[in-house]
Design a protein around this ligand. Structure first.
Ligand code: PLP
Length: 375
């Protein structure tokens, strides 16, 4: 039987390590609500992220939604559509109007040169995305936000553990959130985390994520339930121990892809040769130019699939093209994001992806290109 290769494979720690935590949970019966593993996980995350406070939650989407809610924003929020559904949904579900800014061709993040033209007197915040773990131009974005008195909330779902010039990526902007979903580079099964540099806001997010409850007799906000449970926190604690080692393994896979695909006509790769950034090597997208490569992205996708390789079209379609937003009238020219979304293919990447499989994928890609041209 031919082995099917998927775009990702969730990381799991050695089973015995998780079982030790389970034994303790069975002893204490503390399953959720401010449990000891959650406290320990929170402390370790603060240390890794170099912050005083952070709040792990049940998933990344709720972390984003509640973080946005805590700022009590109004009107319009500038964001990009070249992302996962969560980013745009979190804005809309807060009763805010997304205004779409185009992305940079080079790294698919928000183009700072195109932000100011979108700002109106209704704009209250910017929600950029560190897509694929490619950090946004945080300095330019933060400068624009300061000038116009706007909040900056980073969707850092893909950027866990990264640094810019040695600074934790959460030190930029007013807030950031991460996702610890099973498919992400660091996982707590489902999970996420909100990081805000303001103590009062962090407290408000804490209250929001527990129904807006202040104390036994007072409920101050229309909150929801986004608490992380002890089973998730335990998985997070186990996986944190292995995060450095799996990042090294991911880097080796990325390095091999880069080496084998360098110079293939019609395939563009992201630039990981940036000494200012410590990457987490979350994803490996390639951008296929149909005319130069001789085959369209969709044809390459089908070709790989026939050979047992499940690549993914991350991110296609862009969120502004979603069915649910068709009649929304959200504004913004996103022609580059739209074009990139028709070219992108995200290749399999996980820590123990074998060298010979990466070689096979690259070989398939190279022959696909030639085949296309022969037609
Ligand atoms: C995964 C993801 C989220 C949401 O995180 P979940 O943990 O899946 O809820 C938000 N934004 C982006 C860009 C993501 O990839």
């Amino acid at each position: 039987m031919k082995e099917e290769i998927f775009v990702t494979k969730p990381y799991l720690p050695p089973k015995e390590e998780y079982m030790e935590y389970l034994d303790k949970i069975w002893e204490t019966r503390h399953l959720t609500n401010h449990g000891p593993f959650l406290m320990e996980f929170t402390d370790q995350l603060c240390e890794l992220l170099d912050v005083d406070n952070c709040l792990p939650m049940t998933n990344g989407h709720m972390a984003l939604e509640m973080t946005i809610q805590a700022f009590k924003l109004t009107g319009e929020v500038i964001t990009t559509p070249y992302t996962f559904a969560s980013t745009t949904h979190a804005i809309v579900r807060n009763g805010l109007t997304p205004v779409f800014c185009d992305v940079r061709e080079s790294d698919c993040t928000m183009d700072p040169d195109k932000i100011e033209a979108l700002i109106t007197d209704k704009t209250s915040a910017i929600v950029p995305v560190h897509v694929y773990g490619m950090p946004c131009d945080v300095k330019a974005i933060d400068a624009i936000a300061k000038k116009h008195n706007l909040k900056v909330i980073y969707d850092a779902a893909h950027a866990f553990g990264e640094t810019i010039d040695g600074e934790s990526i959460v030190h930029f902007g007013d807030a950031s959130m991460f996702s610890f979903h099973a498919t992400k580079c660091f996982t707590s099964i489902e999970g996420g985390c909100s990081v805000v540099n303001d103590q009062d806001l962090m407290l408000r997010i804490y209250q929001l994520h527990n129904f807006g409850i202040m104390n036994e007799e007072s409920v101050a906000y229309v909150g929801a339930n986004a608490k992380m449970n002890e089973f998730q926190a335990a998985m997070g604690l186990c996986n944190l121990k292995h995060f450095d080692e799996i990042t090294v393994q991911r880097k080796a896979v990325v390095d091999l892809y880069m080496k084998l695909l360098a110079g293939v006509k019609g395939i563009r790769l992201l630039d990981y040769n940036n000494e200012h950034i410590k990457f987490n090597y979350s994803y490996f997208p390639i951008f296929i130019d149909k005319d130069e490569f001789g085959m369209s992205r969709d044809e390459v996708y089908d070709y790989l699939l026939k050979n047992g390789i499940h690549a993914r079209k991350y991110f296609y379609p862009i969120t502004s093209e979603f069915e649910c937003y068709q009649d929304s009238g959200f504004r913004g020219d996103v022609s580059i994001a739209k074009r990139l979304s028709t070219m992108v293919l995200t290749l399999p990447l996980y820590p123990d992806l074998a060298t010979d499989i990466v070689e096979r994928i690259c070989e398939l890609l190279k022959t696909a290109g030639k085949k296309g041209k022969l037609k």
